[in-house]
Design a protein around this ligand. Structure first.
Ligand SMILES: C[S@@+](CC[C@H](N)C(=O)[O-])C[C@H]1O[C@@H](n2cnc3c(N)ncnc32)[C@H](O)[C@@H]1O
Length: 276
């Protein structure tokens, strides 16, 4: 191990011990780049200096957490994936008495509001409970608030239409100066909560878990841990949706899922249960 990686290891140990955030199993190169950028931004001369600073200053620790957790998202991100959900996957849930869907790593919430819109249009929202979680409290607060920059709505409408939406999109929000505030009717069945995929417990009996563009930042070991958590959280026949660059193919759990769409990374938990 060279000096730099030893310093990064120490920095991550301090983050874990002092604040409970475990980045030790995040994909190394991307995490390293972000740490070095923060060192430069704060005008420090070394990673060790950054480590000393975060021990004393919670604000810097929060900033580093934001750097490392990458919160980019959008509504109806990858519209063909949402079209697939709307046309092929969600209809399977129509027969359920209640529908439970978990958005893990929801960032500022655009994804869960997209789901709420689709469920509303399919007449399924009133019997659905959506759980939207992230380990970054500042993005979670934004998600709860559901206020997005109004100038983004133009591209969100385009995404929505490409995903098969054909209602007036303006029905789903009202404009308030520079913000588009999502409708209360979309929020009422969404529970936003803090959940850390590296250390927290499974959620029970989900019909669907959507976790896209999150495990791509994890190393294999942490990916396996999180996939097991999802396996344990899904009911039989539950769907798991990953991001376009993520997959179950290399996982020890691959035989526990049916591939529903390899193009859109949608999997379904099989009823026989070796690991359950
Ligand atoms: C790139 S965003 C993806 C947002 C959304 N799922 C999407 O695809 O548009 C990744 C999110 O994962 C969250 N995240 C990263 N590590 C996490 C962890 N250990 N537990 C919970 N959330 C985590 C980050 O805070 C961030 O909001």
């Amino acid at each position: 191990m060279n000096e730099e990686s030893a310093e990064i290891e120490q920095l991550f140990s301090s983050l874990l011990e002092t604040y409970g955030y475990d980045f030790r199993h995040y994909a190394y190169e991307s995490a390293r780049r972000r740490v070095l950028q923060r060192v430069q931004h704060e005008d420090l001369s070394s990673i060790s200096q950054l480590q000393q600073l975060i021990l004393k200053d919670e604000n810097i620790a929060d900033t580093l957490l934001r750097d490392l957790s990458i919160n980019v998202t959008e509504m109806f991100r990858d519209p063909p994936f949402y079209r697939e959900l709307r046309q092929q996957i969600l209809p399977h849930l129509k027969q359920q008495e209640h529908i439970k869907i978990w958005h893990a790593g929801c960032a500022t919430g655009e994804e869960v509001y997209s789901m709420a819109i689709m469920l509303t249009e399919m007449g399924l929202y009133s019997k659905s409970q959506l759980f939207a979680t992230d380990f970054n409290n500042s993005v979670l607060d934004k998600a709860k608030h559901g206020a997005f920059p109004i100038q983004k709505m133009r591209s969100y409408v385009q995404n929505y239409q490409k995903s098969g939406g054909d209602q007036p999109f303006s029905d789903y929000y009202h404009a308030n100066y520079s913000a588009a505030i999502m409708a209360e009717s979309l929020k009422k069945n969404i529970l936003f909560s803090h959940h850390n995929l590296t250390i927290d417990q499974p959620f029970g009996d989900m019909n669907m878990i959507v976790c896209r563009n999150v495990i791509i930042y994890f190393n294999r070991k942490l990916q396996e841990h999180v996939l097991q958590l999802f396996y344990d959280s899904l009911g039989n026949g539950g769907f798991l949706c990953l991001g376009s660059h993520e997959s179950l193919i290399l996982s020890h759990l691959k035989n526990e899922f049916e591939i529903v769409s390899s193009e859109y990374k949608i999997y379904r938990k099989l009823s026989h249960s070796k690991h359950g």
